[in-house]
Design a protein around this ligand. Sequence first.
Ligand code: ARG
Length: 267
Amino acid sequence: MKKILSAILAVIAAISCCFSIASCTADSENCLIMVTDADFPPFEYLDDNENIVGFDIEVAEAIAEKLGMTLKIESIAFEKIFDEIENGKYDFGMAGLTVNEERKSQVMFSDTYATGIQSIIVKEDSEYTKLNDFFAGFDESGNPITAKINITIGVQKGTTGDTYASADPVEWGFEEKNVKKYATGEEAVQALAEGKITAVIIDSEPAKSFVDKYSGLKILKTPYANESYAICVNKDNTELLGKINNALEELEKDGKLEEIQNKYIAK
Ligand code: ARG
């Protein structure tokens, strides 16, 4: 009898679980749907059980908790995140997202919750030891005129690393033709580890994670760019943006943000 009862309970639990997931859509009131691209440690990545975990996930969970809402997370290709937020498919995007003017024409950003640096990863024995080494000629003010021939810079497609690297040398870019765009940052790092490309431009914290994971790589001391990270929402959703900003402010005041930061980001 007990067995039958627990079997029935298990079935009920399974059904209600599916219902709560199924009812978690962008329109449902108590549900917050976050979109990310979960291959960016320590911000968002898959753990050994294929669960999406990381700094952003814990901040998002803390925000949802403050708002009394249930968080659901979906991972998609990075370059689609802003379009999908614009389309209203998800409530908010959080993926170590750098705030910039171009993106502001498509989405709204929250207050920033972390800062980042774009770093350059090369092979340990690389002849490229500083940013200037990637350029062949400089003007009187010290700005590059042309990139070296035969360099290939790997980036994750659609990231700010991609934008900077693909710019012209006057803006310290390496020229579009020298940039190879990968679906994920890790694929770019893998190609570098295999000696297929010259360098990778990626945010500093993922850079550290990947350099730990793949042997024979190092991060150059010259930072490539400084950035701020924020959450993005649809331009019509000022209400949610306000709630997110309030929650972020509270998390900052009560020390929770710092606690999460200390857990994922080494000082
Ligand atoms: N900070 C960079 C940007 O906003 C890279 C972010 C990549 N994030 C990710 N989850 N893959 O473009």
